[in-house]
Write a protein that binds this ligand. Structure first.
Ligand code: F6R
Length: 240
């Protein structure tokens, strides 16, 4: 991976937003892979300026994951988050931005349907990734197969604790999610992984330098020929 150490979130956001803007200017129907959580927010904030004057009417997007059984209208559903943080501020066409369907009815086929939609779009051009403190990417928790496709997963207790800050209490954090698989993510043409803070340092070191292991799903990025890792000093502190 190409590792870029930045001074902070703002610089990271600007750098990645500029890369996305270059892509969209050269390919107006670019397919973006969108992460949620806190990490990509500086990218989404910087995109408004980076994309100024660009035609974004044909930009397409696929979110990495969604909670199962959370009303899509709930403010913390990833459908709501992507709408609020990305689609509305950038003026994207909501019909071109996809989020896995986490509704319990039809959950058996939701993964297949999502894979088909990504394939129909011709695959993801640039995938934004965060990483969990336990090394997950998407919601591929430790133990996930490197060949996995979009499917339902159980969130670990660690991830539910990490994400409780978005909810009134940990009891409100869903138990399950639908997530793109590691095999799905690895098919994107460019992976851009961001991480900030000391809490991510072990996960980053494992992903970038550690052994390839399902125990640290982020290590799957080592199998990809084009990866950019954008991290601050604290997140880089365990790299050799
Ligand atoms: C979000 C996602 C997760 C997060 C990870 C880090 O779509 O797939 O892998 O990127 O949990 O979360 P934050 O950025 O909130 O620290």
């Amino acid at each position: 991976a190409e590792v870029v150490i930045v001074s902070g979130k703002q610089q990271a956001g600007q750098l990645v937003a500029e890369a996305i803007a270059r892509l969209v200017r050269s390919r107006p129907d670019a397919v973006l892979g969108l992460a949620t959580g806190s990490t990509p927010l500086p990218v989404y904030e910087a995109l408004g300026t980076a994309l100024a004057g660009a035609d974004v009417s044909r930009v397409r997007g696929f979110a990495l994951d969604e909670y199962v059984g959370l009303d899509p209208a709930h403010p913390e559903s990833y459908r709501s988050v992507i709408t609020r943080e990305v689609v509305e501020p950038l003026g994207l066409d909501p019909d071109r931005i996809h989020v896995p369907d986490g509704s319990p009815e039809g959950i058996e086929t939701t993964g297949e349907r999502y894979e088909a939609a990504i394939a129909e779009a011709g695959g993801v051009d640039l995938q934004i990734l965060g990483i969990g403190t336990d090394g997950h990417i998407g919601f591929n928790e430790p133990g996930s197969s490197f060949a996995s496709r979009t499917r339902v997963k159980t969130l670990t207790q660690q991830t539910r604790e990490d994400n409780a800050r978005f909810f009134d209490s940990i009891d409100d954090v869903p138990m399950h999610c639908v997530t793109q698989g590691l095999g799905t993510i690895l098919e994107a043409r460019h992976l851009v992984l961001l991480a900030f803070g000391e809490g991510k340092a072990d996960a980053v070191a494992g992903a970038v330098e550690g052994p390839l292991t399902a125990s640290l799903p982020g290590s799957a990025i080592q199998l990809h020929p084009r990866v950019t890792v954008v991290i601050d000093e604290a997140a880089a502190s365990r790299l050799r």
